[in-house]
Design a protein around this ligand. Structure first.
Ligand SMILES: O=C(O)CCC(=O)C(=O)O
Ligand SMILES: [Fe+2]
Length: 323
């Protein structure tokens, strides 16, 4: 996609992205928990981003996640094509498509539903590299534990009952994985690797490859580069948490820049409420001074793709205007 607004990516400012220690969020020392929770609240109500550290995943394991990603995309095209997504589906290997006439991002992806287990389409799960399946399941399990901790911390940071967001996610949250490969681009000033978007998820976790930056976030009308921090998991708010927090936590607009220096990889994991659950702004956040800003919605992922296909903003369609 041609993007004429900010030609020189290298000159963009670096995002000041706070680091949240996940271990401290569950500490028995309440003063430690308090400090971390306040940092989390400040991060999510400003940029919508933080980096999670001390999350219980070893460097060895995170390297394994990156390694299977690299190995999959390095396979010969005929091998990758065995897992190609069907025309009207987004699950499997291929480029991000919305509509026939839309411009494609400069990327290759492998999308797989991981949870609930009933949604796994194993015919789209590569058998090569042979450890990809195990690594993906383990990564999902580890992130699911972290997601619970973060959802509780988010609720506490807003003085809400700690399970109120967990409850909206339901017993069987949906988890979608996206393995991303961004090839080098000879014209990095002219093409974008992933166009500006907000995530349809509730919460998003991104493991970035170690070598090259690319992720950028719009904050105060200015694009910022998200730094690479070894072993940290980048967290961002998705649209559904913006709704649940009545807009206090922001679902940031972000994009991925191309570069001509080499290949970039990342693995994004999207956590979303059960589609049958009705999601809505938490009651405890609403009063005369803070009116409800979003309508209730079920199956937001479907709402999201329907609106994107029509070229409309999915979240704006749910906003309640107060004059
Ligand atoms: O590659 C990245 O760093 C982020 C990808 C992303 O934003 C997405 O897959 O939704
Ligand atoms: Fe995204």
């Amino acid at each position: 996609m041609k993007d004429t607004k900010s030609i020189s990516y290298a000159n963009l400012p670096l995002l000041e992205i706070p680091t949240i220690d996940i271990g401290l969020l569950t500490s028995s020392l309440s003063s430690e928990v308090e400090v971390e929770i306040m940092k989390l609240r400040s991060a999510l109500s400003s940029s919508g981003y933080f980096q999670a550290v001390n999350h219980g995943m070893s460097t060895f394991f995170l390297d394994e996640v990156l390694e299977v990603t690299k190995k999959f995309f390095k396979l010969p095209m005929e091998e990758k094509k065995k897992y190609s997504k069907a025309t009207n589906d987004f699950e499997g290997y291929g480029n991000n498509t919305y509509k026939e006439n839309q411009v494609l991002g400069w990327n290759d992806r492998l999308y797989l539903h991981v949870l609930p287990e009933s949604m796994r389409k194993f015919e789209k799960w590569p058998q090569n590299p042979e450890n990809l399946r195990r690594v993906l399941i383990e990564f999902t399990e580890k992130l699911s534990m972290m997601n619970e901790i973060i959802l509780k911390a988010m609720a506490k940071s807003l003085n809400l009952e700690e399970n109120c967001f967990l409850y909206q996610f339901g017993e069987n949250p949906k988890v979608l994985s996206s393995f991303n490969f961004y090839p080098p681009c000879p014209w990095p000033d002219l093409f974008i690797a992933a166009k500006p978007h907000a995530d349809a998820s509730g919460t998003t976790y991104v493991l970035q490859g170690k070598e090259l930056e690319g992720l950028q976030v719009l904050k105060d009308d200015q694009w910022h580069r998200v730094p690479l921090t070894s072993d940290a998991i980048v967290f961002n708010v998705g649209d559904q948490v913006e709704i649940m927090t009545n807009g206090i936590f922001k679902s940031p607009t972000h994009r991925v820049a191309t570069n001509n220096k080499g290949e970039r990889i990342s693995v994004a994991m999207f956590f979303a409420p059960e589609p049958t659950r009705e999601i809505k702004p938490a009651e405890g956040l609403l009063d005369d001074k803070n009116p409800r800003l979003y309508k209730n919605v079920r199956d937001y992922s479907r709402h999201f793709s329907e609106h994107i296909q029509l070229g409309k903003s999915p979240i704006d369609a749910l906003k309640i205007l107060h004059c």
